[in-house]
Design a protein around this ligand. Structure first.
Ligand code: AMP
Length: 287
């Protein structure tokens, strides 16, 4: 496994891989890797492909009051996990390589970026769209892998790739990978490390209450009442606040007052102590 911290040597290695007929798959991450990230690397691995994982804690997607400075950094164990998973290349740019002095461009996807996490975290998805555009241009993958854990992020990237014609020739496919969960259902996240033992135990209420809400909505329960009950259950379980609990169209993330024919998604962001957890689940229309 090769590790690059400068753009030109990375591009040289990618040119060499392409010259050998290998296609390039990209897995963007912010490091502090867990089994969820590794599932993306495993999905990306194919005979004849080179897998590039990027590790970059992107300052532009953190708000002023967010956890950029305390975000976990685990470079040594991340590299060991990526090597074990069969990753070929790690792209580890320092901030000044990604954003040299004078960097002035912003990529912003209207609509899908503005709701839910976009409303709760102003500027967050602009930061994501900007860095992912750069990663696509730097690596020029034919496939790029993103977790459904960050479902709105996946929707923003799909919209951006379509709008900016990033899907050809550079990226043929944006591939969403199902969320990997702990034994008690909590979605794996680098931020779970912030939780105390008591908070960690309480956090299992999030997937449990969401699953109950999915079943209720699929069974015909009224959406607004179900979402209110979900919120109350989280607060009773020890969550400090709920940023949002919403049923949304799975493609546009526009809010849905009732389940229709189109695929829908239940999305929740809630805080436990100082930690903000997000999760989402598919909601299927009645057969
Ligand atoms: P992050 O390092 O949090 O930016 O995540 C990097 C990528 O891994 C994103 O595409 C995430 O959606 C994905 N990811 C994070 N957690 C999980 C998980 N539990 N299951 C699957 N994918 C995940």
């Amino acid at each position: 496994m090769e590790v690059f911290r400068e753009l030109e040597p990375l591009r040289e290695a990618l040119r060499a891989a392409r010259a050998e007929g290998r296609d390039i798959a990209l897995v963007p991450t912010m490091g502090a890797l867990h089994a969820g990230h590794i599932s993306l690397v495993e999905a990306a691995r194919r005979p004849g492909s080179s897998v590039v994982a990027s590790i970059f804690v992107n300052p532009r997607q953190f708000g002023a009051s967010e956890d950029l400075s305390r975000y976990p950094r685990k470079e040594v164990s991340d590299l060991a996990m990526l090597a074990d998973a069969g990753c070929d290349i790690v792209w580890l740019p320092p901030v000044e390589v990604m954003y040299p002095a004078g960097f002035a461009t912003n990529v912003s996807v209207a609509g899908v970026s503005e709701r839910l996490d976009g409303a709760a975290r102003p500027g967050h998805f602009d930061g994501v769209a900007t860095v992912v555009t750069k990663l696509f241009n730097q690596v020029q993958p034919t496939r790029a892998y993103f977790g459904e854990k960050d479902f709105q992020q996946l929707a923003v990237i799909r919209a951006m790739a379509r709008d900016l014609d990033l899907t050809r020739p550079h990226v043929d496919a944006i591939i969403g990978v199902p969320t990997v969960r702990e034994a008690d259902g909590l979605a794996m996240s680098s931020r779970n490390r912030y939780l105390s033992d008591v908070q960690r135990a309480a956090a299992a209420a999030l997937p449990r209450a969401m699953q109950a809400a999915v079943a209720a909505i699929e069974g015909g329960a009224e959406v607004a009442a179900t979402l209110a009950a979900l919120e109350a259950e989280l607060l009773a379980a020890g969550f400090a606040s709920v940023d949002y609990a919403a049923l949304a169209d799975a493609a546009s993330l526009a809010p849905l007052a009732a389940l229709g024919e189109a695929p829908a998604r239940l999305l929740v962001a809630a805080r436990i102590g100082g930690t903000r957890l997000i999760d989402n689940m598919a909601v299927n229309a009645a057969a």
